[in-house]
Design a protein around this ligand. Structure first.
Ligand SMILES: Cc1cc2nc3c(=O)[nH]c(=O)nc-3n(C[C@H](O)[C@H](O)[C@H](O)COP(=O)(O)O)c2cc1C
Length: 455
C-alpha cells in the first residue's frame, strides 16, 4: 500500500487565528462547555482524523481582557471525549516539570482504559516563565534542568506503565484469584529527582502505554523527542527548515536504535480555504483586520521569556538585533529562532510580524483552494518534510468543516489518506506496534509484592 498521511486536529480556542473568537464563523458556545469539544471530536472522527490534540499552559495569560486565554484541563477533557467518540485518538498535554510521574502515569493509563486504547500524552517541559510562579515560586526552571528532570520522569513513567504484565489480571471468581502477583513488579526507582517504588496501582493499559508525543525542537529537545516520541509536532514557516528537521530527527531516532519510520513528524499547517484563491485571501484579510497589535506584542514578549518590546515602533522594519539571543532564552527556544529567521529573511515590520504570528503563532499559514492545500500537503509529504500534518484550522468549526469536506476527499482520491479506519487504537492509526514489556524478557524473575492496607 502507498505510504499514508497522518492527520491530527489541533483544537485551540475557537480556532488558531488570534481573532477567531470574535469572528462569526467560530462557535458561539462558551470555551468551558464540554459540548463544544465533543462536537469537534465527533467531526474529526467523522472525517477520519488519526487524532485530536489539546495544548496546555499552567498560568493565565496576562492579556485575558482582550483574548480568550481559558480552556478546560486537557486530561479531564479526554475523559469526557472518550465516551463521546469511539475511534479517534485523544492527545492531551501534561508537564514533566510540574507534576509527579506517579500521578501522570495513572491518569494516562486510566484514559487509555476508558478510551479502549486511544490515549496519547504530549510531553512538555513547560516553557512559560509564569508557570513557575504557580508551583513553589522558585523562579523559572532553566531549559537544561527542565530536560534533565524530564528525562528521569520518562524513565519512571515508562517503568510504571510496564509494572504489570498484559496477562496479570485473571479475575477468576471460582478460584479466588484476582491477579497473578508474579506478573506485577515494583520499580524501586531511586534517582536525582524522583523516588518511586511502584508498582502502578492499575493494570497494564490497552496500548501497553499511551502513545507519546513531543515537540522539542532545540538540540536537547530533538534528542529527547528522538528517544521517546512516537509522534513529533513541529512548527515551520518554510519547507526547507521542515526538511532539515525531518532528516535530523529521523537520523537521531536511528542513532537511538529506533526504527525511524516509527517516529512520525507532523508539522503544523493552518489553512484558510475557500472555493477560489481570491476568496480565501479575502477571508484571511477579514480575520486579520480583527486582530489587536498590542495583544500580539504581549504574546511576543511571553515567547521571549518576558522581554520588553514596548519601545519598538509598529511600522519600522525589524532587525535580528531587536531580539535577545535565542540561546539566552529559557522559554520555547526554537520558536524564537523561527521568529528571528523570519525577520532576517523577510525584513518585516513589527506590525507585519504580529500579523503573521496572529495566524498560528509561527506555524505555516496559508490561504487557498482545496486543490492548492492538497497539493501543498502532498508536496511536503513526498519531499521529505512530513509524515502528516498537525491541522490547525484558523476558525473552528467552520474551517475544519471545509478541510474535511473539500481537502480530505482530494487526498483520498490521490490514495494518500484512509477512506475508513483500519484499527481501533491510536497505535494502529499511527502504524505503531505495541511496546515491548519487561515480562517478555526470559531473564525476568518475580519478587514478592509488599502488602498494602486497603481503603
Ligand atoms: C504543536 C506544538 C504544540 C505544543 N504544545 C505545547 C503545550 O501545550 N504546552 C507547552 O508548554 N509547550 C508546548 N509546545 C512547546 C514544545 O513543548 C517545546 O517546548 C517547544 O517546541 C520548544 O522546543 P524546546 O523545548 O526544544 O526548546 C508545543 C509545540 C508545538 C510545536
Amino acid at each position: 500500500m502507498k505510504r499514508q498521511l497522518h492527520l491530527n486536529l489541533f483544537i485551540h480556542g475557537r480556532g488558531h487565528h488570534e481573532a477567531a473568537w470574535r469572528h462569526p464563523g467560530s462557535s458561539p458556545l462558551p470555551l468551558t462547555d464540554i459540548r463544544y469539544y465533543q462536537d469537534l471530536a465527533q467531526r474529526a472522527e467523522a472525517a477520519l482524523f488519526d487524532s485530536i490534540f489539546f495544548a496546555d499552559q499552567l498560568a493565565l495569560g496576562g492579556d485575558v481582557a482582550q483574548a480568550p486565554r481559558t480552556w478546560l484541563e486537557p486530561i479531564t477533557v479526554l475523559a469526557a471525549l472518550a465516551g463521546a467518540t469511539s475511534r479517534v485518538g485523544l492527545i492531551a498535554t501534561a508537564s514533566t516539570t510540574y507534576t509527579e510521574p506517579f500521578n501522570l502515569a495513572r491518569q494516562f493509563a486510566s484514559i487509555d482504559h476508558i478510551s479502549n486504547g486511544r490515549a496519547a500524552w504530549n510531553i512538555v517541559t513547560s516553557w512559560l516563565a509564569t508557570a513557575a510562579e504557580n508551583y513553589g515560586g522558585a523562579g523559572q526552571v532553566s531549559h537544561a534542568d527542565r530536560y534533565a528532570r524530564g528525562e528521569e520522569f520518562m524513565a519512571v513513567v515508562k517503568a510504571l506503565w510496564d509494572s504489570w504484565a498484559a496477562d496479570s489480571v485473571v479475575d477468576d471468581r471460582a478460584a479466588g484469584i484476582y491477579a497473578r502477583a508474579n506478573r506485577i513488579r515494583a520499580i524501586k526507582h531511586r534517582g536525582d529527582f524522583y523516588q518511586v517504588t511502584g508498582p502502578l496501582n492499575l493494570p497494564r493499559c490497552p496500548q501497553g502505554r499511551p502513545v507519546l508525543v513531543q515537540a522539542g525542537s532545540s538540540e536537547t529537545g530533538r534528542q529527547f523527542a528522538a528517544r521517546h516520541a512516537d509522534a513529533v509536532f513541529t512548527a515551520h514557516m518554510a519547507k526547507a527548515t521542515a526538511q532539515e528537521f525531518y532528516t535530523d530527527l529521523k537520523r537521531l531516532a536511528a542513532a537511538e536504535g529506533r526504527v525511524p519510520e516509527r517516529v512520525l513528524i507532523l508539522p503544523g499547517l493552518s489553512p484558510m480555504i475557500a472555493a477560489t484563491e481570491a476568496e480565501a485571501t479575502q477571508l484571511a484579510r477579514e480575520i486579520n483586520d480583527l486582530t489587536d497589535p498590542e495583544v500580539g506584542r504581549k504574546r511576543l514578549s511571553g515567547r521571549f521569556g518576558g522581554q520588553d518590546f514596548s519601545h519598538l515602533p509598529l511600522d519600522r522594519p525589524l532587525a535580528p538585533e531587536d531580539f535577545p539571543d535565542p540561546s539566552s532564552v529559557q522559554a520555547a527556544r526554537s520558536r524564537t529562532e523561527v521568529i528571528i529567521n523570519l525577520v532576517r529573511r523577510d525584513k518585516l515590520t513589527l506590525r507585519q510580524l504580529l500579523g503573521y504570528l496572529a495566524g498560528a503563532r509561527g506555524h505555516y499559514v496559508t490561504a487557498g483552494t482545496p486543490e492548492q492545500i492538497a497539493d501543498f500537503i502532498e508536496d511536503w509529504f513526498d519531499d521529505g518534510a512530513a509524515d502528516g500534518f498537525n491541522i490547525m484550522p484558523p476558525l473552528l468549526p467552520a474551517q475544519l468543516d471545509v478541510f474535511s469536506a473539500e481537502v480530505i476527499p482530494i487526498l483520498q482520491r490521490r490514495g494518500l489518506f484512509r477512506t475508513e479506519y483500519q484499527g481501533t487504537t491510536l497505535r494502529e492509526h499511527y502504524g505503531l506496534p505495541l511496546p515491548a514489556s519487561v515480562f517478555d524478557d526470559p531473564a525476568w524473575t518475580a519478587e514478592p509484592l509488599q502488602a498494602v492496607a486497603g481503603v
